[in-house]
Design a protein around this ligand. Structure first.
Ligand SMILES: O=P(O)(O)OC[C@H]1O[C@H](OP(=O)(O)OP(=O)(O)O)[C@H](O)[C@@H]1O
Ligand SMILES: O=c1cc[nH]c(=O)[nH]1
Ligand SMILES: [Mg+2]
Length: 217
């Protein structure tokens, strides 16, 4: 399975990563959401290089120009809540894509143990399409795995792109184990070494959903 880690390349993306991680900057929710969105835009652009292209003859006012454009039928799927600004970044570039939304949340049994609950899915058919599942945080990888299983009730995609911003090494290993090897690519902007006893990524950035939208009770 291909794992693409943008932190291995120096680019302006690292500035946005530094801001979303930085405790002194991340309390500006507008900047936090916009940075997540910008990372989605850059990731979408890089991902587009992997698509299948064919030449179309485009009529201009003065003649005909051959232009190579992508042929993939895209479905951008996101995991609520924290996935929303990331999804918007992808959608700004892939404006012709179809869209899917899945809810996943941690229901705590005590301070440390939790189950992940999926209660909502709105999705088109995904058979033979290019499925992009966006979620900025991959801690255990459990939300991504269960969201993918929920998406499979809508068909079987031709290829899958798992797009995240900060992933733990454990989550990367988990995704490699549970997603189809031959048709999945993992995209991330950083891979962090640990998750703590609360299953938060360390150093990570904290709670992405709360930083984007405020604390929930
Ligand atoms: O890999 P996992 O261990 O499953 O953790 C990652 C999940 O946690 C975050 O969502 P969260 O559950 O905090 O919900 P929220 O977006 O509503 O805050 C994040 O957006 C992922 O969906
Ligand atoms: O580190 C983590 C883990 C789960 N959800 C988050 O937002 N951050
Ligand atoms: Mg959260």
């Amino acid at each position: 399975m291909k794992v693409i880690d943008f932190s291995k390349t120096n680019s302006i993306l690292n500035q946005y990563i530094s801001e979303i991680r930085n405790v002194e900057v991340q309390n500006d929710r507008l900047r936090f959401r916009r940075n997540i969105e910008r990372i989605g835009e850059i990731m979408a652009y890089e991902m587009s290089k992997e698509f299948t292209y064919s030449v179309k003859n485009i009529r201009t006012p003065l003649g005909v120009a051959p232009v190579s454009t992508p042929d993939n039928n895209l479905v951008i799927s996101t995991i609520l809540r924290a996935g929303l600004p990331f999804h918007q970044g992808f959608l700004s570039y892939f404006d012709g894509a179809e869209n899917a939304f899945v809810s996943a949340y941690r229901k705590y049994k005590d301070t440390l143990k939790f189950d992940i609950h999926i209660e909502y899915i709105a999705s088109p058919r995904i058979d033979d399409k290019t499925l992009i599942i966006t979620d900025p945080m991959l801690a255990t990888g459990g939300s991504m795995e269960l969201s993918y299983q929920a998406m499979l009730t809508k068909g079987h995609p031709a290829e899958i792109h798992v797009a995240s911003i900060i992933a733990s090494q454990k989550a990367i290993d988990h995704i490699i184990n549970v997603f189809p090897e031959d048709k999945t690519t993992i995209w991330c902007a950083a891979i962090d070494p640990e998750i703590n006893e609360h299953s938060y990524i360390v150093p990570g950035l904290g709670d992405a959903g709360d930083l984007a939208y405020g604390e929930k009770e």
